[in-house]
Design a protein. Structure first.
Length: 159
């Protein structure tokens, strides 16, 4: 894959797609989980979505069950959980593997293009910030909450 926009993904509705519809937008890509101690970050991600969507930020959530089985549900259960508990309106996609032999090509691209190419995703809610030109401009630990000053400043600069 030469660009992030060429990577095949599956929408929450089960349709095959690429990320090309997001060209020219700032992307915050997050591996998410519903049964994690960090799950309340959904609230902060939705707040970022509301705050910056009109300026071109798109948050893309990719559920993953890779870390301690913390995303065991079906896509329908995940969507209902996110909507009911956190009012999520940003885009969710089908479950992916963020680590291991079955790692999704998106996460291969994200990790190899980061400033830590040899480091796999460490846990749920790791965040990758993509600039309008499709380049990876930031990688943020799962411990970095969505309203963290460093993350918000990086988003604002990218916008």
């Amino acid at each position: 894959m030469s660009t992030i926009y060429e990577i095949n993904v599956t929408t929450a509705g089960g349709e095959s797609a690429t990320l090309s519809p997001y060209k020219g937008e700032v992307l915050l890509i997050v591996n998410v989980a519903s049964k994690c101690g960090l799950t309340p970050q959904y609230e902060g991600l939705e707040a970022l979505n509301k705050q910056f969507k009109d300026r071109g930020l798109r948050i893309l959530g990719f559920p993953s069950n890779d870390f301690a089985g913390q995303e065991p549900g079906t896509m329908e259960e995940i969507q209902a959980f996110c909507s009911i508990n956190y009012g999520v309106t940003f885009d969710l996609f089908q479950k992916v593997h963020a680590i291991g032999e079955e790692r999704h090509p998106l996460y291969t691209w994200l990790t190899t293009h980061s400033d830590q190419p040899e480091t796999e995703v460490t846990w749920n809610f790791e965040k990758f910030l993509i600039g309008r030109d499709g380049s990876l401009i930031g990688r943020f630990s799962p411990k970095v909450v969505p309203n963290d000053e460093t993350l918000v400043a990086a988003i604002e600069q990218a916008l």
